[in-house]
Design a protein around this ligand. Structure first.
Ligand code: UT7
Length: 317
């Protein structure tokens, strides 16, 4: 795998911590101190699939290839308006591609899982150019009366185009089933055969347990991929981690013993955008001219499942 283009798209509405304190019993001070989040972009009258297509088109433009040259689209997505067809198929139509399309759901770790699938397709020679993307709308999953979760999230989409190459140095994904700490259950329509009452459960998160598990998994995954690639922590130019919460990221940074310049963040601007956070941050770094050929990037993410994953990829665009 080699990354040849990145893109991202954000909804237009900015929701500040002060806006939230008008809606519920919270404060800018609490949210900033516990999460590092100042604002988030949230979907109002846009459709998530339009944002996804915008991110995809920007990634294609950055890569300098046409949608018709894509051999596969893999999209990480947890929730959107359509249960079927897949977000990837919807994006395919919007950008004018014609190739196999599939969505996957590994919660906030989805982008790294999507990279794993893409690498398998590239290695087997079944694809040359793949659009790997994530589009997420967690603000549709939260209970807007639950201040412990709704202040944490924002919406967005991120994408990258990958092609044949040897830039991916190591990748690890894992899952250990634990549905109790982090879940969301939607209500399904009744049928003549299902009489039990279905109950919609908005996003539930046992915050402190998720915090601890996230730190443990991320540190361990990063050590695993570093060792698999024969690299030391100082060889990495940037640690691009799932933007869940400033405190989690800072904890991981301290446990790992790396300087803050090596751990870029944008959680302050966008909140937690689930699996879209890594490609959104990657695109920001690319557009800001912060990435140089040969830079080693470590990605790490964690989320519901409990899933986690990490990889190391050289920037050779
Ligand atoms: O992608 C998924 C990954 N998930 C995450 O990254 C989330 C991981 N967890 C966390 O980041 C933190 O656990 C939270 C930010 C969710 C919560 O921070 P915390 O330091 O663990 O706070 P807490 O849950 O222990 O709550 C402390 C207090 C409670 O009040 P009492 O019981 O001490 O009176 C909460 O009711 O803060 C209260 N509280 C709030 N107060 C003001 C909870 N949410 C809010 C709020 N505003 N929005």
């Amino acid at each position: 795998m080699r990354i040849i283009g990145t893109g991202s798209a954000h909804p237009k509405r900015t929701l500040t911590n002060d806006d939230l304190s008008q809606m519920m019993d919270t404060s800018d001070a609490w949210i900033r101190e516990r999460t590092g989040i100042c604002t988030r972009q949230i979907i109002t009258d846009e459709e998530l699939d339009d944002l996804a297509a915008e991110a995809a088109q920007k990634a294609l433009d950055d890569a300098g290839i046409a949608a018709s040259e894509l051999d596969y689209i893999i999209c990480s997505n947890v929730v959107n308006e359509y249960v079927t067809p897949s977000m990837a198929s919807i994006v395919e139509g919007k950008i004018g591609a014609l190739c196999p399309c599939v969505d996957l759901n590994a919660a906030c770790t989805g982008f790294i899982y999507a990279m794993d699938y893409a690498e398998a397709l590239l290695q087997s020679g079944r694809a040359t150019n793949i659009l790997v993307m994530a589009a997420e709308e967690p603000t549709r999953m939260v209970d807007w009366n639950d201040r412990s979760t709704c202040v944490l999230f924002g919406d967005g989409a991120g994408a990258m185009v990958v092609t044949q190459g040897d830039s991916l140095k190591a990748l690890k994904v894992s899952s250990k089933s634990n549905t109790s700490v982090l879940h969301y259950k939607r209500t399904l329509e009744p049928t003549p055969f299902i009489t039990k009452e279905e109950r919609h459960i908005p996003l539930y998160m046992a915050g402190q347990e998720v915090f601890k598990t996230a730190v443990t998994c991320s540190v361990s995954d990063l050590m695993t991929v570093l060792s698999a690639a024969g690299l030391s922590k100082d060889d990495i130019t940037y640690y691009i981690l799932h933007q869940a919460n400033f405190r989690i990221l800072d904890y991981i940074r301290h446990r790992f013993g790396v300087d803050s310049e090596k751990l870029p963040m944008n959680v302050d601007k966008y909140g937690n955008t689930s699996s879209a956070s890594i490609p959104m941050l990657l695109d920001e770094l690319n557009r800001d001219g912060k990435l140089k050929k040969g830079d080693l990037l470590a990605f790490s993410a964690f989320g519901a499942g409990f899933t986690s994953g990490a990889c190391i990829i050289e920037w050779n665009k």
